[in-house]
Write a protein that binds this ligand. Structure first.
Ligand code: NDP
Length: 487
């Protein structure tokens, strides 16, 4: 804790000297406490309101400040100013999190990890709200709420349930790729410092000449990827539930600064339509062989938060925050998230959450948004509508242009993605199992699945667990069948 700059006299929140933090105001030494002891009453009231609603997902987070530095010329595929010159540094903030657990939940439980980054660029804030996995459980945003409920708690007992998790997953085969990664040792990272971060989604970029590209972002740990085995993760959950938070903080405190190398896969715009996989399907990666990652820069975390609530809990990220040169893609999950994140922050922190120091742009904001609960930045006597003839700011259709893509003319409807030649839910997890994992990784994966699916999972769901993995690989399915004792 840093030294209090003026510890002399406690005051009320209105700055008036406070009477006592020991005795409330009473009628005689044993008498009732009186309501007009506003100091004590307001202490209670403030305490009762100390919490903001915890995030419905990614509730437990740990964060740090740092910078991003460009190390290669990437102007050939993006005009984004903060990526525009080798050596250019941008201040940033990172928040890592578990997904399903609540604020007090142990850090080392099996779960994907959030990997949210805020870049305070000269063009306003760019948020990369990624995960430590390159894919996700689904490809349509209408499924997210059901999925998350299946990963959280039962309505009657308030307990978590492996049965509910596998019931959902096995009824949703598109989840296979992500569940395989979750059930591998990557589901239990040793440290926040030893995991990669991925945009997972496909984004678009545009260069100064107006050429467009599709991109995926990969933040590769320079500490080396390292994970706990299942028993180590469970032991650590009991020993130190805040292990990851402590590890990150201690490392930065001791000058052992964690860093990640940003690599991007870049696909020419015209390749997407005929690519063998749907390149916008969030359950799929782009094989490195097809689109080799190019190095872009390096992110270094070098400063711990000075106040957890102000910097980590109130930090709010949104995929809607993109800067000129970077845009969306027809990934339906991404399009859903662009709405959802801002909305949840309006509920969780409040209308003007973007005015808080951790969320505020470092460059001046000239917005016509005004007033609202707890407004701090305001328009003064400046015009509050556009257009106006009193010198107010004007939107810039060139600088602020949306990156667009083709839309086939079609009828409004509820569609699956149009199939590409090799779209399916099992090829990529099959490649991961057969070609990427070694024997140890395969053994751990299988033991982790068997352990998880044996714990409180009904016979019917266990049978479906076997079928789910049989579809990916016969050897994998056979070993799980034996392990789960399914006839
Ligand atoms: P590559 O052999 O070029 O890449 C495989 C990648 O898999 C590695 O670079 C590493 O990604 C990641 N990896 C290594 N060990 C594990 C593990 N135990 N669990 C999960 N991921 C691991 O092959 P492809 O690019 O053709 O991809 C093959 C498969 O690898 C994919 O189907 C996918 O399941 C998985 N994968 C692919 C990624 C990609 O973006 N191409 C990213 C991550 C996984 P990293 O260097 O990012 O750690």
């Amino acid at each position: 804790m840093s030294e209090n700059v003026n510890p002399s006299v406690t005051t009320t929140d209105a700055g008036i000297p406070a009477p006592s933090d020991e005795f409330s105001l009473t009628v005689g030494p044993g008498g009732p406490v009186v309501l007009h002891d506003s100091y004590v009453v307001q202490k209670m009231q403030q305490f009762n309101r100390e919490r903001v609603p915890e995030r419905v997902v990614h509730a437990k987070g740990s964060g740090a400040h740092g910078y991003f530095e460009v190390t290669a010329d990437v102007t050939w595929f993006t005009k984004a100013n903060f990526l525009g010159e080798i050596g250019r540094r941008t201040e940033m903030f990172a928040r890592f999190s578990t997904v399903a657990g609540e604020q007090g939940y142990p850090d080392t439980v099996r779960d994907p990890r959030g990997f949210a980054l805020k870049f305070y660029t000269a063009d306003g804030n760019f948020d990369m709200v990624g995960n430590n996995t390159p894919v996700f459980f689904m490809r349509d945003p209408s499924k997210f709420q059901d999925f998350i409920r299946s990963q959280k708690r039962l309505p009657d007992s308030g307990l978590r349930s492996n049965d509910m998790q596998w019931d959902y997953w096995t009824l949703s085969p598109e989840s296979t790729h992500q569940v395989m990664i979750l059930m591998s040792d990557r589901g239990t990272p040793r440290s926040l410092r030893t995991m990669n971060g991925y945009s997972s989604h496909t984004y678009s970029t545009i260069n100064a000449a107006g050429e467009r590209f599709w991109v995926k972002w990969h933040f590769k740990t320079e500490q080396g990827a390292d994970n706990f085995a299942d028993d180590e993760a469970k032991a650590m959950a009991a020993k130190d539930p805040d292990y990851h938070r402590r590890d990150l903080r201690d490392a930065i405190q001791s000058g052992n600064l964690p860093s990640w190398r940003l690599e991007m896969q870049v696909m020419p715009f015209a390749d997407a339509a005929g690519y063998r996989f749907n390149p916008f399907d969030l359950t799929k990666i782009w094989p490195h062989e097809d689109y080799p990652p190019v190095t872009v820069g390096r992110m270094v975390l070098d400063r711990n938060p000075g106040n957890y609530f102000a910097e980590v809990e109130q930090s709010s990220f949104s995929p809607a925050n993109m800067v000129p040169g970077i845009g969306l893609s027809p990934d339906k999950m991404l399009l859903g998230r662009v709405f959802s994140y801002h909305d949840t922050h309006l509920h969780r922190i409040g209308t003007n959450y973007q005015q808080l120091p951790i969320n505020a742009s470092k460059v001046p904001v000239h917005s016509y948004s005004k007033d609202g609960s707890m407004a701090y930045r305001h328009s003064g006597d400046q015009p509050v509508y556009a257009p106006n003839s009193y010198g107010g700011p004007q939107a810039d259709p060139i600088a602020g242009a949306d990156l667009t893509w083709w839309i086939d003319s079609g009828e409004l409807g509820r569609y699956a993605y149009e199939a590409h030649a090799e779209d399916d839910d099992v090829t990529q997890p099959g490649t991961l199992y057969r070609d990427v994992m070694d024997d140890v990784a395969r053994d751990h994966l299988i033991a982790n699945i068997i352990g998880h699916a044996s714990d409180g999972v009904s016979a019917d769901v266990r049978r479906r667990v076997v079928e789910y993995w049989q579809a990916v690989d016969t050897d994998l399915g056979a070993r799980i069948k034996v392990g789960l004792g399914v006839a």
